[in-house]
Ligand binder design. Structure first.
Ligand SMILES: C[S@@+](CC[C@H](N)C(=O)[O-])C[C@H]1O[C@@H](n2cnc3c(N)ncnc32)[C@H](O)[C@@H]1O
Length: 515
């Protein structure tokens, strides 16, 4: 067993769950920055750091998708870092460094570079004031001018209402056990007792009753990490922006995406109040009240120079490639996002969508197309942004050479699949998409077929799938009896045909997970 030093009240006796978050992708960060008018970072050559990376699933997927990036993951729990190292080594990722250390003032290592991106998901609101100060020190010391920081946290005011639930679970469980996972079970059993007894607290707070019920759907490891650390503090965006401001960073955007579009982000009947709001932070504070926000994901940037101004959305996105994720026959033209009906159903908008199908193109390239020549750069970029907001177009990486799947994503996808196949609790496997620079969740059987096809392009599907099953050491059974090769091949053909008919193979091709 490895020694864990100075956890500052953060639990280490239970590992965290394996999660993937696409908002940690460098491509998502760049898009969010550019949407708000800030110049994106160069994605062919950059340094990226994830603080509190857990077992590193997001980090590994991003390292595989961006071979030109150099990635660092830091987590105080050696078990998390061990697991991340094992997977990185099995996938042959050589652009990733993993450190089992707490973020502290001591973490000012000469062998760490300055970073273009620093991200932290699920850390900032679960640590002491001292650790938060260390995180800010790290960001201050290690973020390049123009660099971006993405952080997520339990937010005011919505999360504050949950404080009594946390407090009472802890008051009940802490004296009964030293072990965090047992404490999680004990805390849940207390909630179950109170919910079943229909106590006035839950009758008077129906939203909290719904939230308490939802906790039984969660993995107990999640419950332990959410509620049984010493520190837990919902934070206001004004406080967080103030803390990052002291390190010279500016607020640069937030997720979900519609919250960055003033046309969509506030209820129509309150638009008057907001037209007088000049400060973006004030706007965010009021929106958090209106929507009772419980969790925030925010982006901050360090300006290149103290007096540098944002360059504007059209300039910032002019050279970003975009590509469709929805096939034309399934496109949805009538979509409401926040208070806005997205203007997708115009002639130019539909032409633009068609041009982005299967072929990543930048606004600069689109502007050269004869049918779009009359559109201004701003109109082209805004139209793309509406498509992105609709979820049917995404920022993409530049097109890889035809016929070449990324070797690093193929290898990593196999490693992620193996882990999922041998973990009965895990329902899905996230596969890295070299086209969109993020992971997409697939059912495990679907992922098995996709990895088989990606690993043996041109091979007959049943042979590829049979080989993949053999390689995974899976025993395929029917009613408890192992199946023979002929039956497995027949089953493989059937699964392949089903995936083909449902359009999932086409989708995987679109994501460049298979050829
Ligand atoms: C809630 S988990 C989030 C993990 C991962 N980012 C995710 O979202 O799936 C918080 C992680 O931060 C790590 N952590 C907590 N305090 C830390 C510190 N002071 N320095 C480095 N890592 C820390 C924990 O070990 C844990 O893996």
């Amino acid at each position: 067993m490895q020694m864990v030093q100075n956890t500052s009240g953060y639990i280490t006796d239970v590992a965290y769950t394996d999660n993937y978050y696409e908002h940690l992708s460098p491509l998502t960060l760049n898009y969010l920055a550019a949407l708000n008018g800030h110049a994106p970072r160069d994605l062919t050559n950059f340094d990226y750091c994830e603080l509190g990376c857990g077992a590193g699933l997001s980090l590994l997927i991003h390292a595989a998708c961006f071979p030109g990036g150099r990635f660092v993951g830091i987590d105080l729990n050696p078990e998390h870092i061990e697991q991340a190292r094992r997977r990185a080594s099995a996938a042959g990722l050589d652009n990733l460094k993993l450190l089992a250390e707490p973020v502290s003032h001591k973490l000012d290592r000469s062998d760490l570079p300055s970073f273009d991106f620093i991200v932290l998901h699920g850390l900032y609101a679960w640590v002491s004031d001292e650790v938060r100060a260390s995180i800010l020190h790290f960001i201050d010391a290690r973020l390049k001018p123009g660099g971006q920081v993405l952080l997520s946290y339990n937010a005011m005011p919505g999360c504050a209402a949950r404080q009594p639930l946390r407090d009472i679970m802890r008051r009940f469980a802490l004296p009964l056990s030293q072990n965090s996972i047992e404490r999680a079970h004990l805390g849940l059993s207390y909630l179950r007792l109170m919910l079943n007894a229909q106590v006035p607290f839950f009758r008077l707070n129906p939203e909290l009753a719904r939230y308490a019920e939802s906790l039984f759907e969660r993995d107990p490891q999640y419950i332990a990490h959410e509620f049984f650390n010493e520190h837990w503090q919902p934070l206001g965006i004004d406080q967080v922006a103030g803390e990052l401001g002291e390190a010279g960073l500016q607020f640069a955007g937030t997720l979900p995406l519609w919250q960055n579009h003033p046309e969509a982000d506030v209820p129509e009947n309150l638009a008057g109040l907001f037209s007088a709001q000049t400060s973006r932070i004030a706007r965010e504070v009021h929106k958090d009240f209106i929507y009772n926000t419980v969790f925030r994901i925010d982006l901050f940037i360090r300006p290149e120079a103290a007096d540098s101004a944002p360059c504007g959305r059209a300039v910032a996105l002019w050279s970003t490639p975009f590509c469709t994720v929805t096939p034309p026959e399934k496109v949805e033209l009538s979509i409401q996002s926040g208070s806005l009906k997205l203007p997708l159903n115009t002639r130019e908008s539909r032409i633009l969508f068609g041009l982005l199908h299967l072929q990543p193109r930048t606004p600069a390239e689109l502007s050269q197309h004869p049918s779009l020549k009359a559109m201004s750069p701003e109109a082209i970029v805004d139209t793309i942004c509406w498509w992105v907001l609709s979820g049917q177009v995404r920022p993409a990486l530049a097109a890889p050479p035809a016929g070449s799947l990324s070797a690093s994503t193929c290898r990593l996808n196999n490693v992620v699949l193996e882990a999922a196949l041998h973990s009965p609790a895990q329902e899905k496997a996230w596969l890295a998409s070299p086209r969109f620079g993020v992971g997409f969740a697939f059912e495990k059987t679907e992922a098995l077929v996709l990895c088989a096809l990606a690993g043996s392009p041109g091979t007959d599907p049943s042979t590829a799938l049979f080989a993949q099953i053999q390689q995974s050491g899976l025993s395929v059974e029917e009613e408890g009896t192992p199946m023979n090769e002929a039956d497995i091949r027949q089953l493989s053909d059937q699964i392949y045909d089903e995936l083909d008919a449902s359009g999932k193979l086409e989708r995987a091709r679109q994501l460049a997970i298979i050829e």
